[in-house]
Design a protein around this ligand. Structure first.
Ligand code: B12
Ligand code: SF4
Length: 502
């Protein structure tokens, strides 16, 4: 009999970029699947029949439904689904986890349809909850949760310790999803691909970053042996040779990263891979052999958070680096053919217009010094439990007052909905630069793995490039059009329908 349902709510505008398997839910499934519980995963982003499937699975006796959410739009989708679940069966236990549940667990309990919130790693939680459902364990003995008592009070249990050895976790049950239904990473668009996390956490202290509070500056990785086994299994079972490592800081331990790259190069399996989080100082610690092996091992892109082109801002956000280190790492990588995605942020509290212009200038330097560098900009977004959040409040930010408010808290809208230090003029300047930065470099097209989005990218690219080269930010009607496309997609699920478009 079915016991556990995992449900991935839509992310909204982010789904336009590409939809990949949900790692949080797949991770928490690994222990129950290994212990032979019956588990299904429904992904609202790709499954049009999610309502029917939920109905069927809940009526077949599932005990718990697990949802995950990140801050922003996904909260709204999550709340709609929890309401629907309880309307089907008020007895089924609804549990929420993920980065937002970890950040604001008590606030998440505002959704009356949620029974339990997991505020830490959830890998060992579901089997304990199943024991609770079977009367073998008391709920107050399950660590790492908020729950409702019978008289409606909210209680918190002891914090769960971070998992010491990730290798002790069973294999991720990828068979719960049909990997073919997801967008490709984009290295070889016709090949199956997957994103993975080879490590969790980061020892640094950047004051804007949620990872600092989620993982308490601890960094843990799987062993190289386990990683190679997992890659091999994905290759032999699913034909996957394209991987994107979504680690927060994949080279936090340079020894680990060197070994990973060198072992991958030696294995010579014809893999293509990229990594989401690497620091400039880590690049400077690598020897020439490892750098050469990056290419041999199939590295197609590295993402490096540069954040700002102004030293005062880098110090303010505790990036613990300097502009010269950023440039040195960029120059060091410039002779290699893979893409270096250097991400920047704009709109930090106390950032002046001149400091923002320093970022615009600096990203042009970065692109000039490395023909393979791309430099998208993102709007700084203040998240609770980060150090910079306190400064944001001090500078006039008035955060949402309830869970629903946080559902409107998107990277591209929060500053219009919630008062802050940002003036209208500054918002417009940043919005325009941010928008252009996503389209003005041809090399960024690999990011648009949804085919319709990729087509739109290619159509708009020449205009964006012209605007970027000449700093032309006026009358950007294209931005309005992009909002309409996104609204249309919400209504008609356009991008999913055009997934097969070539
Ligand atoms: C991949 C990713 C994305 C992808 C998601 C794609 C997908 N398939 O899910 C995309 C690109 C869409 C994305 C978008 C955004 N993201 Co994001 N993203 C990540 C990233 C890099 C990895 C997430 C992941 O897979 N982790 C691996 C799994 C194993 O970890 P996990 O999800 O946390 O799951 C564990 C626990 O949380 C828990 N758990 C998770 N779900 C559940 C469910 C239940 C029931 C239980 C019991 C437990 C549980 O158990 C898991 C195993 O221990 C994280 C960084 C990170 N390290 O997590 C940022 C991160 C989650 N993102 C973040 C942000 C800010 C965003 C954006 C808001 C960006 C922006 N500025 O707009 C948007 C929001 C989108 C939205 N509202 O829908 C922040 C979250 C901040 C916060 N406090 O909530 C993070 C932490 C990055 C950071 N450095 O700050 N993101
Ligand atoms: S180095 Fe990256 S992951 Fe680590 S704290 Fe800074 S921004 Fe977060």
């Amino acid at each position: 009999m079915l016991e556990i349902i995992l449900f991935q709510p839509k992310c909204g505008v982010w789904d336009l970029m590409g939809v990949r398997p949900q790692l949080g839910l797949l991770n928490i499934a690994s222990v129950p699947v290994a212990e032979r519980y019956k588990v299904v995963l429904i992904d609202q982003r790709i499954n049009q029949n999610w309502k029917e499937e939920l109905k069927k699975d809940i009526s077949s006796g599932a005990k718990i439904v697990c949802l995950t959410a990140m801050v922003g739009e996904q909260i709204r989708y999550m709340m709609e689904v929890t309401e629907f679940i309880k309307s089907l069966n008020s007895k089924v236990i609804v549990i929420l986890g993920g980065s937002w549940a970890q950040t604001c667990p008590e606030l998440c309990m505002e959704d009356k349809n949620i029974d339990v919130v997991c505020y830490g790693e959830g890998d060992y939680l579901l089997t304990e909850l199943m024991d609770y459902c079977r009367g073998k364990k008391k709920i107050d003995k399950i660590n790492g949760i908020f729950y409702r008592t019978e008289d409606g009070k909210i209680k918190k249990t002891k914090q769960r310790e971070l998992i010491k050895n990730l290798d002790n976790l069973p294999k991720i049950p990828y068979n719960l999803v049909n990997l073919k239904e997801y967008n490709s990473i984009g290295y070889n668009p016709n090949n199956p691909s997957i994103s993975m996390m080879l490590s969790r956490g980061c020892p640094f202290r950047c004051s804007f970053c949620s990872i600092v509070c989620l993982y308490k500056r601890k960094w843990r990785s799987y062993s190289i042996k386990r990683i190679m086994e997992d890659l091999h299994e994905l290759e032999t079972k699913y034909g996957i040779k394209d991987f994107f490592f979504m680690d927060d800081n994949i080279a936090a331990n340079p020894k680990f990263f060197k070994e990973l790259v060198n072992v991958l190069a030696k294995a010579n399996r014809g893999y293509s891979w990229g990594a989401a989080g690497i620091r400039a100082d880590s690049i400077l610690k690598l020897d020439e052999e490892t750098l050469d092996n990056l290419v041999k091992s199939g590295c197609k892109n590295l993402d490096m958070g540069m954040e700002s082109g102004n030293q005062r801002i880098l110090d303010l956000i505790k990036k613990d680096t300097n502009l010269e280190t950023l440039r040195k790492a960029n120059r060091r990588l410039s002779k290699y053919p893979f893409i270096l995605k250097c991400t920047f942020m704009a709109g930090f509290p106390t950032e002046t217009q001149e400091e923002f212009f320093d970022t615009l200038k600096f990203r042009k330097i970065i692109e000039n010094e490395n023909p393979n560098a791309v430099t998208p900009i993102f709007f700084y977004t203040p998240f609770p439990n980060t150090e910079l959040y306190q400064l944001a409040l001090k500078e006039g930010f008035q955060p949402p007052k309830n869970l629903e408010g946080w559902a409107d808290f998107n990277y591209n809208t929060w500053y219009k909905l919630y008062p802050s230090w940002l003036t209208k003029k500054k918002i417009k300047l940043i919005e325009d630069s941010v928008f252009l930065s996503y389209f003005a470099n041809k090399k960024l097209s690999y990011k648009y793995s949804n085919n319709l989005m990729n087509l739109l990218f290619n159509l708009y690219y020449p205009i964006a490039k012209f605007r970027y080269d000449h700093d032309l930010y006026n009358f950007m009607i294209e931005k309005k059009m992009a909002d309409w496309v996104s609204a249309l997609d919400n209504k008609f699920n356009l991008f999913n329908k055009f997934k097969g478009l070539k």
